[in-house]
Unconditional design. Sequence first.
Length: 417
Amino acid sequence: MNTTGTPKTFFKVVTPDEALKLLREVSAVDSEVVDTVRARSRVLAEDLHSRVDLPHFNRAAMDGYAVVARDTFGASPGLPAYLELAGTVEMGEEVTRRIGPREAVRISTGGMLPPGSDAVVMVEYTDETGDGTVEIQRAASPWLNVIQVGDDIRRGDPVFPRGRRLRAHDLGALTGIGIESVPVYRKPRVTLVSTGDEIVPVDREPRPGQVRNINQHSLAGLVAEWGAELNDLGVVADDAGDLRGALAEGLDWGDLVLLSGGSSMGTRDMAVEVIRSLPDARIFFHGISVSPGKPTIYARAAGKPVLGLPGYPVSALVIFDLFAAPLIRALAGESPTGEAGRQAAVRAIMDTNVASQTGREDYVRVTLERRGGALYASPLPSKSGAIFTLVKADGMVRVDLNREGMEEGEEVEVLLF
């Protein structure tokens, strides 16, 4: 029964693919320039190209002796070649003396090859005889054990495309080619609004009918993991005026408002109607054919997205992974196919049958166990309010909305937590 006093709104349900398409249509936030060394997990706002060759000199890839390759042709342990020792390359030293015919120069990994040399013979295949010569016991082909100019990247080559979320390895590559600062999208600002008269703080003993706050703290952590700035407005009462005030404040500060709770039967109409009352509001859907988490709301107001997550903890956290995270990534300017945003997955064998309902995409929490060299996935109870089923799970198995379930012995993809 509708108890909100307002006409019951149409419960528009979309498929997961339709939901993702709508979520990814948001425009990225504006950009800024930051020091490369502080750009980890930031998203590039422009394509980057190398302004230099890397390396910019020929470098030894092994410890040994720099040589002219043709001077070693035919060398073997039984018939070594003998070259004159012509010095040592010191690390960090620019070498200007050209190597002469039938000369060898000591060199360490990373050292600059003397001009004229074109190979490095590994120290394991050499022996200094003590009379100023080096015995070469293995022939070297041209450019053996050498990293040539531009082998890593050449001047003008593309480095990273716009939309790439930078990893720690990327920062090393950028500093290696002299890029001191990078244009990145600023961090999206996310306001978190939690609702529910039944929610009490962690330090309060809940009475019957009450629950401690779970969603607020878990969602705040997930927002931070995706590199967004968080404005946590705490728990708002199930009151239309209070909720409208919190949403208006969140929209004024942030690029996205996440509403935790207020999307299920009984409170759904109030949340939708409150959102409708905001400036330039439009409801795109208030239901996704997915389990857990069907009662999810997506809207825009004041030109900004509002995503209403279910109140049950498992539903809220699964929906965050599947839909809120891609929305934050889109706001941050990240390509939807970016490697950093892909959920790690493994293949496993279902150890029991799993029933599902056609027309609904199910995400089944599973534990993983290796038995006899094979990895098996075991389903956990699917109750949306049981947070420890999510904590105990190693990942989720997606059941396509056109299937009626998974069969025992079937190989499946497990999306890892």
